[in-house]
Structures are given as C-alpha cells and as structure tokens.
Write a new protein. Structure first.
Length: 353
C-alpha cells in the first residue's frame, strides 16, 4: 500500500445564482441554505441605492430581521466596527453588497466573527466576489487578508450591465491576468518545488483563454457580456479555492498592481492595473504578450499607463518594487532580477509607456 498523506479542505460557495432579476429571490435562497433569519447588509452609499435598500426590503418582507450599514473605506477600523455590530446582533449572517470595499469588508468581518457571508456584487470588476481573500487597508498599506468564502453568490446581470463599463472591463483584466499567474506558479513549482495543482491551474488558464477568445463579445450595457464575465470571475474564484491559495490568479502582475497601490499618486482599478501588468509579465516570460494587449484593446480595457493616469516613473518604480510585495511568492520578477534599465526597456517595448 502506498504512503498517501495529502489532505486539503476546499471551501466553495454552495450556491452561485447569476442572471436577470435574481435579487428578489435572495431571501428564499438564504432560507433554503439554512442561514439565520437575521442579516446585516454591508454596502456603501452608492450600492445601497443600487441594490442594498431593495435587498433589505425583500428580506424584511420575507420575515427576516435585516439591518444595513454603509461604509466609506475597507480598512481594519471598518472591519472592527462591522464585527462589533454583527456580534452584538447575535445569530446572524452578513451580506456584502457592492464592489470591492463592501464585499471585502463583509467577508473579512464575517471571517473574524465566525459568521456566514453572502456576496452580492453590483459590479463585475474583480474575482474577489467569490474568493476567500480580502484587500484591506492596514496601517495605511493595502494588504491581502484571509477572509470568509461566501456561502452563496448572487449576481444580477441586469444590475451588472448597468454599472460603468470600465468596471466590467477591469474584471476582464483581472481574469486575463490568470495567464501570467499560472506561468509564475509553474515556474515556482519547477524552481522552488512549490506545491502545484494541475486541476486549479488548468481551470484558471481555460477561464482566461475563453475570455480572450471571445473578447469581441464583451460590450457595454449588455447582460450577456455581464453573464460571461461573472461566470469567468466565479471560475477564477473556484480555481483559487481548489488550490487553497490565490496562486492560480495572482502572480507578478498582481505584485505590480499592489506596488502601484502603494506608490501611485492616484491608483487605478485593480483589474486595470493587473491587465497592464500582464502585458509586461507575459513579455518577461517570453510568451505572446501581444495577444494579451490585443484582447484588452478589443474589450476596451486600458493597455497603456497613460490610459489610467499612471506616470512613466510610477510604472518603472512599481516594476522595481513589485518583487518586495509578498516576497515568499516566487514569480518571474525574482527570476529575471529587474534593474532600472531592464524595467524601462520592458515598459517601452510592450508599449505600456
């Protein structure tokens, strides 16, 4: 008998409900999932108007006790406040309604408090809608923290299609960045013997490839486009759950984005920065970076730093500092050992600056 000792827990959403007009059915789904009859909704002022208020009304009509809290930032202080309120309400679950800040805050607070969490995105701008990681400001620095995997995800394509197209395009950039994330993961497996999941890597790559191949079908104010992007974001999140880490969807391109978050005068959307980072990291991997650029251009996502208000000097500095972000995660940046001259050449040759 072979000595087999592998052991892994894969946390996945039990329900993913996506399509037109799904919001009104959320209370019924939550009841069938056996969630408590009390919910605290986390939103911001904009997403409260878009969906938060109507979701609260639906819960109350179905006999739930429902309250809502509006946040301004996704930081450690906000999470502590949500956690304190939630624990004071007793047997409840949390619902994150919105883009990154409400969902990340709710999933992090629910993780800390040991409470169930559902994700209700109002924009399909990144794969955080389904992942167990949260981007939180801690002492003035954005950190990726362990958080709660949603019990369920409710994505209303009607609402997503009405969100600014820039958000949907950013979501595409986040998905397409899986290409270089997987290349980095394979490199780390080869050179550092890092644990690698072929299943998770393949799912992540296929998700990105399908979006690249159908880039011309992603158009503004179109529910079918929102549907395609949401499915891809969910698949990306599932790949991370299978891997037990963000490896299938986060590599050097994400380090570049996180570096920009820290140094840029005005950082852009996460997915926009990741998309531009992917162009350059594909070049470092000596892969077809032009195909990434072309897909992003077809979608209408930015491919140049100037498109998102990032200066040449900020790009170069981010490339040089990216390796310092999460240094334990080996990527092509550690392999290539970029210096100023190489960073400038990379950004110029790929047309990023």
């Amino acid at each position: 008998m072979s000595d087999f000792s592998k052991y892994k827990i894969m946390e996945l959403p039990r329900n993913v409900v996506a399509g037109h007009g799904v919001l009104q059915g959320i209370p019924g789904h939550c009841t069938r999932l056996g969630l408590p009859q009390s919910v605290l909704i986390v939103a911001d002022e904009v997403t409260k108007e878009i969906a938060g208020q109507s979701i609260m009304d639906s819960f109350r009509e179905d006999g739930f006790e429902a309250d809502i809290i509006c946040i301004k930032e996704a930081d450690s202080e906000t999470i502590s406040t949500i956690q304190e309120i939630a624990q004071g309400l007793g047997n409840i679950f949390l619902a994150g309604v919105g883009g990154g800040r409400p969902i990340d805050s709710a999933k992090c607070a629910s993780f800390n408090a040991g409470l169930p969490f559902i994700s209700v995105p109002t924009a399909a701008s990144h794969d955080g809608i389904v992942s167990s990681r949260a981007s939180i400001m801690v002492n003035g620095v954005k950190e990726s923290l362990e958080a709660q995997t949603p019990v369920a995800v409710f994505a209303d394509t009607g609402i997503l299609a009405k969100s600014p197209f820039r958000m949907l395009a950013a979501g595409c950039g986040d998905i397409i960045s899986n290409k270089t994330a997987v290349l980095d993961w394979k490199l780390a497996h080869k050179l550092r013997n890092e644990e690698f999941s072929s299943y998770a890597a393949t799912l992540s790559e296929i998700t990105a490839d399908m979006l690249i191949e159908n880039a011309d079908q992603i158009i503004p104010e179109d529910e079918e486009s929102a549907w395609q992007v949401v499915k891809a974001l969910v698949s990306s999140g599932v790949a991370m759950s299978i891997a037990g880490s963000s490896r299938p969807a986060s590599g050097a391109e994400h380090k570049f984005s996180h570096a920009l978050d820290r140094i840029a005068r005005k950082p852009a959307l996460h997915g926009e920065q990741c998309g531009i980072g992917t162009i350059m990291m594909m070049s470092l991997h000596q892969e077809n970076w032009e195909s990434i650029r072309d897909a992003l251009e077809t979608i209408g996502a930015p491919t140049k730093a100037a498109d998102i208000g990032i200066s040449r000097s900020e790009v170069i500095e981010a490339l040089l500092k990216a390796r310092e972000i999460k240094p334990e995660r080996y990527t092509i940046l550690g392999h290539e050992n970029l210096d100023m001259e190489k960073a400038e050449k990379l950004a110029e040759e790929t047309g990023v600056v």
